[in-house]
Design a protein around this ligand. Structure first.
Ligand code: ASP
Length: 506
């Protein structure tokens, strides 16, 4: 048989793209010893590459030295510039000392830069192709919002009456909370046994704090549990749709679905038919979008690996190992077994069936973007009818995050261990409870889990600044935790379908 690109199955293409993208990104990894300094004077912009410095000094008003950095300080230099008020940037002068060491000569050279507009890492080709991946994520997100709205409306409406919606909703949420609690318990067990926080040296801790504290202040908005609850109800649902507020959209759609069951059939039918059509159209669109998935995945992975600081992986190795081990046990142990025994789908069939969704979750770090793919594979490969996927999966993508909740539990204890705090059983239970709530409030998009972690830290009085310790590795861990987030949803959809007697076993 002749092997052509067209004849290869899509999941194989995506997997190949993932591996090739990672290799490409590692090869074109962004250098720690290069900076791109852009200067702007009289509307003339110039870009300069600064390499292999041995010292970089910054001066105010030509003479007053305000900061001094060494060879290893790329991140600190970027931070320093980012935090500098615009006014001070104007009168900033940068002096770079470059030493060229030959066999016998040591050449020393100072370069001077004024009117600095920006200082950035030098982007490699691996990072430059990122827009291809961003388009892929955006295409999936653009399907996700209308899909969530339409599916949940028809999902709730097709159940026929309000008591069935309530019953099925209650059952689904109970399953979601149960699996989330199991996930956190597994995470807490791993972090307490392996003690990754006590294995981090004081030096490494101080270095991480200095490098990432600046990002922290900028990234973290105030989070409040009561506000979170109040916010589920949108004052203007159109606004919620426009700004992609998932929890608000879910609530709004459920309310419409339920109300449709309460008005005369004749009036409700055209509305339901309309949204049914919208949902089918969106699912069809996902099929089209997925044909470019290999390119999107390649670009996303290449850019992530290309930007990745491998040193930080080394520094936080124990933390990463703890979390990845716990996430794997939950995904392949607990969830896989639950599917096998509670829905009767063989272990292998389940994971093969949803592998496309798992790959997309890993590369996009977004349960929201993966939702359309998850719905498609659960219907087509696992035999979960649309009636169930359209209700259970959008709800799950928004409120059920096994990976994120486990991550929040592990991260909270890790930070406490680094600070030398002893968390007793009562505190660990508080973590369990608040991580369930925090994960419910986490939006299904990249990087929100770490922001919601604040709720957990506050509940057990662990300093919020500790987040700086794990900020540098978050991009990678976000990819890892998003996989169980969507596998958990798929798991529950099969269990509910089985319990409702509608799982189509082929
Ligand atoms: N990226 C995760 C998701 O979309 C959320 C998070 O933990 O940041 O499921």
């Amino acid at each position: 048989m002749k092997l052509s690109w067209k004849s290869i199955a899509l999941h194989h293409k995506i997997l190949a793209a993932l591996v090739l993208g990672a290799v490409f990104g590692a090869f074109f990894n962004v250098s720690r010893y290069e900076l791109e300094v852009t200067t702007r004077k009289d509307r003339i912009t110039e870009s300069h590459i600064v390499k292999n410095w041995s010292a970089i000094d910054f001066f105010r008003a030509e003479t007053v030295k305000i900061a001094s950095f060494g060879r290893e300080d790329q991140l600190n230099i970027l931070q320093f510039f980012k935090r500098l008020p615009a006014k001070e940037r104007k009168e900033l002068m940068m002096r770079v000392k470059v030493e060229e060491t030959g066999p016998a000569v040591i050449k020393e050279e100072w370069r001077r830069f004024d009117n600095i507009a920006s200082i950035e890492k030098v982007k490699t080709i691996a990072v430059q192709i990122k827009p291809v991946g961003t388009i892929f994520i955006r295409l999936l997100m653009f399907v996700a919002i209308p899909l969530v709205l339409a599916s949940l409306i028809i999902g709730a409406a097709s159940l026929g009456d309000i008591t069935r919606v309530g019953k099925l909703g209650g059952k689904t949420i109970a399953w979601y909370i149960a699996t989330t609690a199991i996930a956190i318990t597994i995470g807490l067990t791993f972090v307490n046994v392996l003690q990754p926080g006590t294995r981090l040296s004081g030096d490494a801790r101080d270095k991480l704090m200095v490098e990432f504290q600046g990002d922290l202040a900028a990234d973290i908005p105030p989070v409040d549990l009561v506000d979170m609850l109040v916010n589920i109800v949108a004052t203007n649902p159109i606004n919620a749709l426009a700004s992609g507020e998932m929890l608000q959209i879910v609530f709004f759609a459920l309310m419409i679905g339920v109300s449709l069951t309460l008005i005369p059939q004749k009036r409700a039918k055209p509305v339901v038919d309309f949204f049914d059509g919208v949902s089918d159209t969106m699912i069809k669109m996902v099929g089209m979008i997925m044909t470019i998935a290999p390119y999107g995945v390649f670009a996303l992975i290449a850019a992530t690996v290309g930007e990745f600081g491998f040193d930080i992986l080394q520094t936080l190795l124990w933390y990463v190992v703890t979390l990845v081990a716990a996430l794997s046990v939950h995904t392949f142990g607990v969830l896989g077994t639950a599917v096998r025994f509670l829905s009767g789908i063989p272990y292998k069939k389940f994971f093969i069936g949803i592998r496309e969704a798992m790959l997309v979750a890993f590369t996009t770090s977004s349960s929201g973007a993966t939702l359309p793919v998850n719905m498609r594979v659960c219907e087509q490969n696992l035999g979960v009818p649309k009636k169930i996927t359209s209700f259970v999966l959008p709800l799950g993508a928004t409120i059920n995050m096994d990976g994120t909740s486990m991550y929040q539990g592990v991260a909270a204890v890790f930070i406490a261990q680094v600070y030398g705090f002893d968390l007793g059983l009562a505190e660990q239970l508080t973590i369990l409870f608040t991580a369930i709530l925090a994960s419910i409030g986490t939006a299904p998009v990249p990087g929100v889990g770490i922001i919601m972690l604040i709720i957990v830290l506050r509940a057990v009085n662990v300093p919020e600044e500790g987040i700086a310790l794990i900020l540098g590795i978050d991009r990678f861990l976000d990819m890892c935790r998003t996989v169980p987030n969507i596998v958990g949803d798929a798991t529950i959809s099969t269990i509910i379908a089985k319990q409702e007697g509608v799982l189509q076993t082929r």
